[in-house]
Design a protein around this ligand. Structure first.
Ligand SMILES: [Zn+2]
Length: 214
């Protein structure tokens, strides 16, 4: 098990990575890690993921009460709490505003059509949660049912949330999401989208099952 300090350093590290990758700007986004049974560690409201202070992360319990740390927890805390409650297997959550994945929702496009074999194998499909006003309880409501079956969700007109068994796992899913969105966008710029055939999708879903993806 990682120590308190190792987790702080890990959140700072992945904060830098998501900022450098352009998945957030300024003080966008938030990151959390499930700690013991009764608490999680989360970034503070208004903190810049690219320049986090490891000492400024907060401990919060599952009713949303701050147990330790100064300032207010991220305004998307209700979404994080809902996800941890719904998914006991989830140990880390990253919420960001990846531009191309977000643009897909704005343009009413979809990443659910089967165009990339790796995405079908790893994610099955990537749903878009209905629009919710950011920083309100609405964000928790719109992901509540989707998170039961998906580790990667696009938030309509807003961003994305990815979850995993570690911060690295959640970050890799986020990278793959934005990469898939970029590939789809490029294909659309070049011409018509040609989805994989039903037969090929069936084969990919069998591989997905064999590999034990949720
Ligand atoms: Zn956001």
């Amino acid at each position: 098990m990682m120590t308190d300090w190792e987790i702080r350093r890990s959140i700072v590290h992945y904060g830098k990575l998501v900022h450098r990758a352009g998945f957030v700007a300024a003080t966008d986004g938030n990151i959390s890690v499930r700690m013991m049974e009764d608490r999680l560690m989360i970034t503070a409201s208004g903190s810049a993921l690219g320049n986090l202070d490891p000492a400024a992360l907060l401990y919060v319990d599952f009713s949303g009460q701050v147990l330790q740390g100064r300032g207010k927890p991220s305004s998307e805390l209700p979404m994080h709490l809902t996800i941890y409650k719904k998914r006991p297997d989830v140990l880390a959550i990253i919420h960001t505003h990846p531009p191309i994945s977000t643009a897909i929702s704005i343009a009413k496009e979809s990443l659910s059509q089967a165009v990339l074999p790796e995405v079908v194998i790893m994610f099955g499909e990537i749903p878009i949660a209905p629009y919710a006003t950011p920083s309100t309880d609405e964000g928790a409501k719109v992901v509540e049912s989707l998170i039961e079956h998906h580790d990667v969700i696009i938030l309509d007109h807003h961003g994305a949330v990815t979850v995993g068994k570690s911060l690295e796992d959640a970050f890799f899913k986020l990278e793959k999401l934005e990469h898939a969105a970029k590939t789809l966008l490029t294909a659309k710029q070049l011409g018509k989208i040609s989805p994989l055939s039903e037969e090929e999708v069936k084969k990919l879903k069998a591989v997905r099952q064999q590999l034990g993806y949720k």
